[in-house]
Design a protein around this ligand. Structure first.
Ligand code: GLV
Ligand code: GLV
Length: 320
């Protein structure tokens, strides 16, 4: 029996799988585990099942001790994990790609619809008790049919978002480190372009790349200025890919038409000026937040953990 530390609340199905083979110490507080508590609990752990709110770095790996074999993130993004620090100690790091692809693409598309059709503004107006009636020019938004979606990062989630866009009659361009499966590109009618062309031609730009040093503030003042003034920016990836101060200025001064954000630079804080603007939709990191998806993510993280503890290759190792 190994000792498995779970750093936050996860669906019971995953805990049951872990408990069947190991001693499980799961944080059950409704608030995130504090850093001190976390450092104390991981001592002697053979495995850590981590949430994206927990930083897994040298300090934490030291606190755990040399017996630690695996860190299993219950997320596809793993910018909270110092992967080289894990690898350097022979610790396997794993994540949960695939199972949250459709749920996250749904939220990206939800934000696209909310931003372009001004649904948040309409909702706020009714709830504020303002008088309103149908009007020919009341809260007019922008149609998607015939417009172009620019997908930045054409992995599983980017492709799933592009599929939705195609169903709405949009053209697709994408920027990606690597070429995608030609059959999928053909089916989507998706054309690979450089970022500058994508920004210039897209009516909606949706971000689906991982966060890291190469994508920090990928979208800043110059990139926003390169977009059409009628275009929208949607971010369901990671907050710091966008320079929020620059975005707020662009939204306030009409450099772009609107935005939809599921993630924030200093989560859970939101850049204060964004809260004052009507033309941005703000939702609290809900990309993978369905019962089904969170269960599948936690079960995959449990499977990753169990495989490593059995000395097997985990289903979803990071960077292999
Ligand atoms: C959520 O943001 C994830 O990376 O899974
Ligand atoms: C997630 O599944 C991705 O690779 O985009």
């Amino acid at each position: 029996m190994s000792r498995v530390v779970v750093t936050g609340r996860v669906p019971e199905a995953a805990l049951e799988k872990l408990r069947a083979e190991h001693e499980v110490d799961a944080w059950t507080g409704t608030e995130s585990i504090g850093r001190e508590e976390l450092l104390a609990r991981v001592a002697g752990a053979d495995a850590i099942v981590s949430l994206l709110t927990e930083r897994i770095d040298d300090e934490l790996l030291d606190a755990a001790g040399p017996q630690l074999k695996v860190v299993s993130n219950v997320a596809v993004g793993y910018d909270n994990i110092d992967v080289p620090a894990c690898t350097g100690r022979g610790i396997t790091a794993t994540n949960t790609p695939g199972v949250l692809t459709e749920a996250t693409a749904d939220i990206a598309f939800g934000l696209i619809l909310m931003a372009t059709r001004r649904l948040g503004e309409g909702e706020r107006l009714i709830r504020a008790g303002q008088s309103w009636k149908w009007g020919m020019f009341f809260l007019l938004g922008s149609s998607l049919q015939g417009k172009t979606l620019g997908v930045v990062g054409m992995g599983g989630i980017g492709q799933a978002t592009a599929r939705r866009a195609k169903a709405f009659g949009m053209e697709i361009v994408y920027q990606s480190r690597s070429e995608i499966d030609p059959a999928i590109a053909a089916e989507l009618g998706a054309r690979r372009v450089e970022l500058d062309e994508l920004l210039a031609v897209s009516d909606v730009v949706s971000l689906h790349c991982p966060y890291g040093p190469n994508t920090h503030h990928l979208i800043g003042p110059e990139e926003l200025a390169a977009m059409k003034d009628t275009a929208y920016l949607v971010n369901t990836a990671r907050g710091p890919i966008v320079d929020e101060a620059a975005l707020a200025t662009a939204l306030r001064t009409g450099v772009i038409a609107g935005a939809g954000l599921d993630v924030f630079e200093k989560e859970p804080q939101v850049y204060p000026e964004l809260l004052e603007l009507e033309n941005v939709v703000l939702v609290p990191h809900l990309g993978s937040a369905t019962v089904e998806t969170r269960t599948a993510m936690a079960v995959l993280a449990a499977d990753n953990t169990l495989a490593v503890l059995r000395g097997e290759q985990p289903p979803r190792p990071i960077g292999q």
